[in-house]
Write a protein that binds this ligand. Structure first.
Ligand SMILES: [Fe+2]
Length: 353
């Protein structure tokens, strides 16, 4: 899965460099040769700006300490030029002061207005460039996030195309999940567990809950009739395989939060409250909350959808089945939440039929 998010390490490198340029410039170092081609120009531009800023800052620091012998920056641009002018003015002022000390009272200063203008121009330019950099960081971050979401969606759809004859399962379960989470937040159910959740991230990560189906054979996944015990065992593997794939991605990326949620969704959405689920037979609150919520969203969608082996149940029938499984298949507190918002589930189910 090394190709999942190839631009992420490069973007991280650039962002770290930008932060160092802005806040900790002596540490700012960037090896452009290690960046992918898409970032090469951007990286080179940044490197030039970083080096220039670093040189300006060294020079300004020397000036602020009163060292008028320091060498002005070699580059010539809208930041360096005023700094050089200030340097020349200060040197001239020092020379004039020495002349006064020697008794030459004819000395007059007539450049302090220009000095102030130069100083103000320099700080204005620095401010402008720093703001531009921040904007560049924001834009790049946005594009990397968009890229990541597009890759995720594609992965989820790849699974769906193989498995779901009616289509839209992933999108619907994501919406059902959102309804349940909103209602839980509104009623303060499991509020403590969800306090640290980034809800948008959690909802996106749910798309990968059936990722492990990639590894299940078509002949089993699409079989219209009843599965043999052996075939059912093979289907059950999808939760563990999903976990393993996501775990592998986790080792190759710095972004963990999203994937940790995804791993829990994939690995525990078929566990049951009474311990009769799979793959581990977890019981009650041993089942991560992500898996307990997804269980309801996933089963509701399966019930109200046509499948090769069964016709769709009505919304009422599906709600009754979920209600009857309160405390056996499903977390009782979450069934209560479901029943309180089941009309919203129905609207979504109807929208897709
Ligand atoms: Fe599943």
């Amino acid at each position: 899965m090394a190709g999942l998010d190839p631009l992420k390490p490069a973007a991280d490198t650039l962002f770290a460099y930008l932060r160092d340029v802005i806040y900790d410039y002596p540490r700012a170092k960037l090896d452009v040769s290690r960046l992918p081609e898409a970032f090469a120009d951007f990286g080179q531009g940044l490197q030039y700006f970083g080096a220039m800023l670093s040189e300006m800052r060294d020079f300004a620091q020397e000036l602020s300490m009163g060292n008028l012998q320091c060498r002005p920056p070699s580059r010539d641009n809208e930041i360096a030029a005023p700094l050089k002018m200030m340097h020349a003015s200060l040197r001239h002022l020092a020379w004039q002061t020495q002349q006064v000390a020697k008794g030459d009272y004819n000395q007059r200063v007539d450049f302090m207005g220009e000095f102030a203008d130069a100083f103000n121009e320099m700080t204005k330019q620095l401010e402008l460039r720093t703001n531009n950099l921040q904007r560049m960081i924001d834009e790049k971050t946005k594009s990397v996030v968009e890229l990541k979401n597009a890759i995720l969606k594609t992965m989820a759809e790849l699974v769906e195309y193989r498995d779901d004859v009616t289509g839209g399962h992933i999108e619907r379960t994501q919406r059902y999940l959102g309804i349940l989470i909103d209602a839980m937040l509104a009623r303060g159910v499991y509020a403590e567990e969800m306090a640290s959740w980034d809800i948008k991230l959690v909802s996106q990560s749910a798309q990968l809950h059936d990722l492990g189906k990639i590894a299940v054979k078509d002949s089993i996944l699409l079989k219209p009739g009843k599965l043999t015990d052996e075939e059912f065992e093979s289907i059950k593997q999808h939760s563990v395989v999903g976990e393993e794939i996501i775990e592998k991605i986790i080792t190759e990326t710095t972004e963990r939060e999203f994937l940790e949620h995804a791993k829990l969704f994939a690995g525990t959405h078929h566990e049951k409250w009474d311990g009769s689920g799979y793959p581990r037979g977890l019981k009650g609150a041993e089942i991560p909350l992500q898996g307990r919520i997804m269980a309801i969203a996933d089963v509701y969608d399966a019930l109200v959808s046509n499948r090769p082996y069964k016709k769709a149940f009505t919304h009422e029938e599906a709600s009754n089945i979920i209600s009857e499984s309160r405390g056996t298949h499903f977390d009782p507190a979450l069934v209560d939440i479901f029943l309180s918002v089941s009309d919203e589930f129905e609207k979504i189910a109807l929208f897709y039929t």
